[in-house]
Design a protein around this ligand. Sequence first.
Ligand code: PLP
Length: 359
Amino acid sequence: MKRVFNFSAGPAVLPEDVLKQAALEMLDYQGSGMSVMEMSHRGKEFTAIIEQAESDVRSLLNVPVNYKVLFLQGGASLQFSAVPLNLMKNKKADYVHTGEWSKKAIAEAKKFGQVNIVASSEDRNFSYIPKLDPNTFTKGADYFYIVTNNTIYGTAFKEIPDTGDVPLVADMSSNIFSEPIDVSKFGLIFAGAQKNIGPAGLTLVIVREDLVGNVDEMVPTLLRYDTHIKAGSMFNTPPTYAIYIAGLVFKWMAKNGGISEMKKNNQEKAGLLYDFIDRSELFSSPVEKLSRSIMNIPFVTGDETLDSKFIKEASSAGLKTLKGHRSVGGMRASIYNAMPKAGVIALVEFMKEFEKNNK
Ligand SMILES: *Cc1c(COP(=O)(O)O)cnc(C)c1O
């Protein structure tokens, strides 16, 4: 068996310890004689798993008591519809447009109400986070929407906007658990699990209690947050195995120093890569310095043929899935919590060699 360094944007690398434990428990979960995959979601073993997972999310992120933690399905993308369906009471919301994922969320929201794009970085291919001017915010908006980390373009908000009484909604799919956050600044946070949490098929939602309920009768039952709150995320069969693995990842984070330690490691890893890119004569970063993500790091040579050669040779060297998204081109290294520092060091060493050989 040989593990590679997997720089995929998602589904992405998981901690090796987590995979090993899952392997150990695959056939017989803690003496139950069955795999977690085979268990009733109503049984005592799985009930303990989901309750523990919730409690670990709460302690890792210091989730205040007036927030609900939900384990849902449909990916982050279903939240693009669920958010307006549940929160757009006055049919108006503000969105910051920072890339493909905000674009999709905006397109969905427009089906349900008036969308005001308060700022956009589309003019320079989403290579920066736009400055926000509170004077442009809609008074009495139902919510204000941001994507905290833009997986494709490699940008991230360094400051959480102050939206006053207007609830802040955040798509944190690619940077939740990467650094401490003040949950109380948000009305609703959601994240698809397959980037920094666990397997695909699970979506984490953290929502302030007072924002749910009182929705239009036409809203499908499964898209209502209050449905899932009342049922403890078990209105229908939840993605049990994905929740179990996510639970192991939460334990792994806690064991490894919690979210502040995750941040320290992530900054160190990202620093190694950016330092090299900024000194390199071959590679460059298309992202404005002050907007750079510590999770997803695009870089280019400026020559497509050379980019392809890099991706191919890196893959042969065990550095996998480095191809950039088609809208940016070049390469992208996704270095989530579970990417070991050794993986980033190996990447930088490989880049140095490649630069020497391709001058
Ligand atoms: C991956 C991603 C999504 C889409 O997630 P799905 O679970 O595939 O729907 C949405 N937003 C961001 C920021 C992402 O990185």
